[in-house]
Design a protein around this ligand. Structure first.
Ligand code: AHR
Length: 319
């Protein structure tokens, strides 16, 4: 084969390789998911799969079991597979620059889901679909200040995963909301890692440490931790939802069930449908090349027992 023929063959092969990536016309997307630490997270994964199916996208989901190194490994694998886009739910907020540089060099757009990252180079990701977590914490804090109505109120706080943007920001928002009311103060705070089992253990140790001192309220950074806390409070003969006020974040069916049973008082909704809007952004971006807004903010709404039965029925069907 002469050199001209060789060049033509090489160009043809390169072209075919490019086509092979989307040979069936379907977009290939990798989703670096945190794990399945909460009911909310499991719902997000399920909704991502059905959102992809509806849009004719091939979605490959990796479960990092709440470890950043597993998420980084998954992203590298997606890059090696030459996917058309990557969805990333970042377990913690720092330490992403290097792997995102690799995605950028491979021209693979990355969209963050439900948590944010800290970086000096925001061009390392295309967009993010997430709630304003400071605002979520603020809604929870404002609710408690109203409920405490000026009376002394000692609060136990269950924080989310240490170093995650949601734990940092929910705390920031809650602290700011109660700062104007010196009667409401956090007397104990610890991470329950967004899981029921860890939160239950932490709440048991909180109850012991209180030595019978009154517990006015529990603020949990997610509903699953609140369910664990409710179990611990129940077992200790305390009355969550009655003598102990509860407020948490997510809006999962189990928390609405707890409200129906009179064991919980309030939750701030976080929609688990994050991947649908993210895939729409990605599809539009690949079509037009126009960069979407950097942050698609999802709504945060407070729910109380008055609508709990209806919300429980509705959510059971979609979770
Ligand atoms: O990032 C969203 C949070 O992560 C949810 O509130 C929590 O349930 C999940 O684990």
């Amino acid at each position: 084969m002469d050199s001209k023929a060789l060049i033509v063959t090489a160009i043809t092969l390169i072209g075919l390789a490019g086509c092979a990536r989307q040979g069936d016309g379907r977009l290939k997307v990798g989703f670096a998911q945190i794990g399945s630490e909460s009911g909310w997270r499991a719902a997000e994964t399920n909704m991502a799969k059905s959102a992809a199916q509806k849009r004719g996208v091939d979605l490959s989901v990796s479960d990092a079991q709440q470890r950043q190194e597993n998420e980084i490994r998954a992203i590298k694998a997606f890059i090696a597979q030459r996917v058309d886009g990557i969805l990333l739910a970042p377990v913690v907020s720092t330490g992403w620059d290097s792997v995102l540089e690799e995605a950028k060099a491979a021209k693979i757009p990355v969209i963050l889901l439900d948590r944010q990252i800290q970086t000096d180079s925001p061009d390392l990701y295309l967009s993010s679909v997430a709630a304003d977590s400071v605002h979520e914490g603020q809604i929870a804090g404002d609710w408690l200040v109203r409920k405490a109505a000026g009376k002394p109120c000692d609060v136990l706080e269950l924080q989310g995963t240490i170093g995650s943007s949601v734990a940092i920001d929910r705390k920031k928002g809650f602290d700011a909301a109660i700062a104007k009311s010196p009667n409401v103060r956090i007397v104990r705070t610890q991470s329950g890692d967004f899981t029921r089992s860890k939160a239950k253990e932490v709440m048991e140790s909180f109850i012991k440490a209180q030595q019978g001192k009154p517990i006015c309220a529990v603020f949990a950074h997610n509903d699953d931790m609140m369910i664990g806390a409710i179990q611990a409070l129940d077992e200790a003969g305390l009355k969550p939802g009655r003598s102990v006020l509860t407020v948490s974040i997510d809006g999962v069916p189990d928390l609405f069930k707890a409200m129906v049973d009179g064991k919980a008082n309030a939750t701030v909704e976080l929609t688990p449908d994050m991947a649908g809007p993210a895939l729409d952004l990605l599809i539009a971006y690949r079509k037009t090349g126009k960069a979407p807004p950097k942050w698609i903010k999802t709504e945060s709404r407070l729910y109380e027992p008055d609508t709990a039965q209806a919300e429980y029925d509705r959510r059971k069907a979609i979770y």
